[in-house]
Write a protein that binds this ligand. Structure first.
Ligand code: GDP
Length: 454
């Protein structure tokens, strides 16, 4: 039998309310020990999904707080077990006391995500829906929230289940083929199997490919500021954030490490990264920063190439241009408030893109820059159902690869039994995404990223 767990469901600290959640077969019995209804009626008579008012008393009968008590009888609860929620006044001490009282009666403090893990284990949510719960909590834009809610409601699960069923269908086609004794019938049947496999592979790839956009929705686009030292990267970052977070100094090479800030630009979530200035013959200590900058440039969704308009192009600028050749970038000419020495036309011809002239100092051109970042980074959703997690993308790709091997076996007229092995592997990968098959390690990994009390 499952034990009964307890945790603070609201963030720790002072607030208007604190909610303590208890889940498990003994939740009502445990709460009964310290919650007393104001109308003096017994908690045994409490109806599911109804709130009642009362007080919390400690072991010697002293009232520690007033509280609203709600009972959710399983399976109609978040975890599908009996759940009690106690809303108390939001003090740190009061909630700690209630946790202690519940523990004294045998409840165990819940680990991160343990309530949601139970919801999964008890079959109320599949694994992709459980992950969506954590995505709703961490959503930083409208689109992120919308996608997570649709996943929680089961849109993605439905699509994954369809794919799973179609892979099962493929397996039964293979099994039927084993019974065809005549070669020509067998051949016609192989053609059909191959068609089904190819169609399924195509759909798996298509769903896996939505991760490119899904990742941006879930994690935010990665936009990196790159340029030689003193071009004005930190100043631009600050101007975009409208806050003084990076340290700005008039000396070269001070942003040695990477600084990442989360920004919202026209309602999308963007991670702005300030890189170490790239320059030739850097001092030893700068080298690490420059190496990190190069690595960050490699996986950026967009690079903001910052040039200093008040200086002629030099070797450091050229180094930057070589480093980012062929990558998605915007050409920014900063320090537009100073006398211009940079040959912008030559730069435009060389980089084949129109420059944005701006000044981090006066704010000129920043709105145009925000719009340009938005135009590049706003997810272009072509599919209505998208995936937002690497785990799902990998599962889909591995399933597709297994089916490609199966298709190859059919083309080579290998035995159906042999082909079926790969279809089974594809089924395993698809099943793992929604949690049809799972290991405790996988659950630890997924739910370990949740907050305690969720
Ligand atoms: P980084 O090394 O590329 O991060 O450059 P910083 O942001 O630290 O800027 C270097 C120097 O240029 C600082 O003294 C800034 O105040 C100055 N600066 C940055 N942007 C502008 C600008 O648009 N106009 C002027 N006049 N000075 C700027």
């Amino acid at each position: 039998m499952q034990d009964t767990i307890v945790a603070l469901a609201t963030p720790p600290g002072e607030g208007g309310l604190a909610v303590i959640r208890i889940s498990g077969p003994r939740s009502l019995e445990i709460a009964r020990a310290f919650f007393h209804r104001a109308d003096r009626r017994s908690l045994d008579a409490v109806k599911s999904h109804r709130a009642c008012f009362g007080e919390i008393r400690d072991a010697d009968g002293t009232c520690i707080d007033e509280a609203v008590f709600t009972f959710f009888q399983g399976p109609k609860s978040y975890t599908a077990e009996d759940v009690v929620e106690l809303a108390v006044h939001g003090g740190v001490f009061v909630s700690a006391k209630v946790l202690e009282l519940a523990q004294a009666k045998g409840a165990r403090l819940a680990g991160p995500g343990e309530f949601t893990r139970r919801a999964f284990v008890n079959g109320r949510l599949d694994l992709s829906q459980a992950e969506a719960v954590s995505d709703i909590i961490s959503a930083a834009s409208d689109q992120a929230l919308k996608t997570a809610v649709s996943q929680l409601k089961g849109a993605l699960s439905e699509k994954l289940n369809e794919l799973f069923q179609d892979a099962l269908q493929l397996l039964s086609q293979l099994e039927a083929a084993i019974d065809f004794p005549e070669d020509d019938l067998k051949l016609a049947h192989s053609d059909e199997i191959l068609k089904s496999a190819e169609a399924l592979i195509e759909r798996l790839h298509r769903l896996a490919a939505t991760y490119d956009q899904g990742k941006i929705i879930h994690e935010g686009a990665r936009v990196i500021l790159a340029g030689k030292p003193n071009a004005g990267k930190s100043s631009l970052l600050n101007a975009l954030l409208q806050e003084d977070r990076a340290i700005v100094t008039p000396y070269s090479g001070t942003t040695r490490d990477l600084l990442e800030e989360r920004a919202r630009i026209n309602n999308i979530h963007v991670n702005l990264i300030d890189s170490a200035g790239l320059r030739e013959n850097p001092e030893e200590i700068e080298k690490i920063g420059i190496e990190r900058a190069r690595a960050a440039l490699a996986d950026a969704d967009l690079i903001l190439l910052v040039f200093d308009g008040s200086q002629a192009l030099d070797d450091n600028d050229r180094l930057l241009m070589q480093t980012v050749a062929g990558k998605q970038s915007l050409l920014l000419i900063n320090k537009n408030d100073l006398t211009q020495e940079l040959d912008a036309e030559a730069l435009q011809t060389e980089l084949k893109k129109a420059p944005l002239f701006l000044s981090a100092a006066t704010g000129e051109g920043l709105d145009a820059l925000r719009q340009a970042i938005y135009d590049h980074c706003a997810p272009q959703l072509k599919e209505s159902i998208i995936i937002t997690r690497k785990r799902h993308q990998e599962g889909l790709e591995l399933a597709a690869q297994a089916l490609e091997r199966a298709a190859e076996s059919v083309r080579n007229q290998l035995s159906e039994e042999f082909t079926a092995v790969d279809v089974h592997i594809a089924l395993d990968h698809l099943g793992a995404i929604v949690g049809k098959n799972f290991s405790d390690d996988l659950l630890d990994l997924i739910f370990g990223q949740f907050c305690i009390g969720k």
